[in-house]
Design a binder for this molecule. Sequence first.
Ligand code: TNX
Length: 470
Amino acid sequence: MDETTVIINSEELRPLAQYLVELLKPATGFSFFIKNRVSEPRERSISLNLDESFKLKNKEAYRLTIDEHHIEIISTKNEGIFRGLQTLRQLLPATIESKRQLSESWEIATGIITDQPEYSYRSTMLDISRHFFDAATIKRHIRNIALYKINTLHLHLSDDQGWRIEIKSWPNLTTHGAKTEVGGGKGGFLTQEDYKEIVSYAARYFITIVPEIDMPGHTNAALASYPGLNCDNQVRDLYTGTEVGFSSLCTNKELTYQFADDVIREISAITPGRYFHIGGDESHATTHKDYIDFINRVRTIVKKNGKQMIGWEEVAQASIDSSDLIQFWNQPQTAINGIEQGAQVIISPAKYAYLDMKYNSNTLTGQNWAAIIDVKRAYVWNPLLLVNGITKKDIIGIEAPLWTETVKTADDIDYLVFPRLAGIAETGWTPASQKNWNNFRKRLSKHGKRMTQLGINYYPSPLVAWDSNQ
Ligand code: TNX
């Protein structure tokens, strides 16, 4: 019987050693032992080492060394060890992902990889408002995106069609506002306990959850739950269509700010990450002045609750500063407004990175208003070239959002997200000068079988010569 030892140089690494064993054990059937640092020869072992003296100080940077006898990953932080483990995983044959024991030999190329990310914020978004997705589906998604070293999951928790997170001081938001979704299905919501579980699950994958409550537009579900949030005090009907831009909180009422404060406080209290996303997009039913006043005030509420504000690009029209992040999605000018006020930008271009766009005109799910985005188009863009005058220091990173007007099942999520997210993740991790479509295409061809083993319903793009032997 084959056996392998995982050697750690700090107790802090034990959960990662356990994670590695869970990853390798099902397919190999090897016995694994986790040991603290040893002095005897380290043959047939994998070492995980925290090393303060490692020259790359970025917390996600790592060095992976593979020789004939031994594998070692070092980093200054657990994050880097975890990202290095994803590389190790990708270097092993795809069958390593099998949940059934296989009688294969597990070969891996020798070499040294010293690696670090180009951008510190590498995110994808899941909209659980248009169609609701439960905690189990979100956790499965977290597991899948971690393979590509994504470090942030933005959850779009409220919109016209449904309010998806329990707020104890405003219970109707979910008892009423979560009852349906696009198309009239039964909707649903996350309890605060569900949310906490998602946050701590994500932390095991070194993924930060960014909660979004979209305001002042995209709020019909709230306006249908509490009549007082409407200027005319008339309760709205629940909404199951897909139009945008028709709803607005009443920005001139104190109750609205009480509401915003309660919601931001309750969610911030269960969010260890530093960010709170206030939405702010497409508020076409709010006057310009009311919009600006609202964003300025909600921004101070976010700060009071100890968080840093993120808003979609439109919020750059308000008074923001270097403590805020703006998320560019459509209009370069808005990103420029943000940069001029000192804010950093999350580059999230609808034309390249919107995962709800179709792959081609025959794709059954998805939309096409921004572009048709095949696997190549999702890969080739450069975050530095989309906004005139933007420089590297203005960009904190990238995000690929998945809006779910047309997305009904976990299989639909997989199909639109994979394999495009792999390319977008590489754009976040790798300097533009080292990216190359033909090279990526070849490497991606080996991921079809891996994704199949993982149960990911990916889109087998004809632009890739999928390798079924790998
Ligand atoms: C625009 S992008 C929206 C969303 C829609 C999406 C559909 C953005 C900030 N707002 O409300 O779901 O298009 O592609």
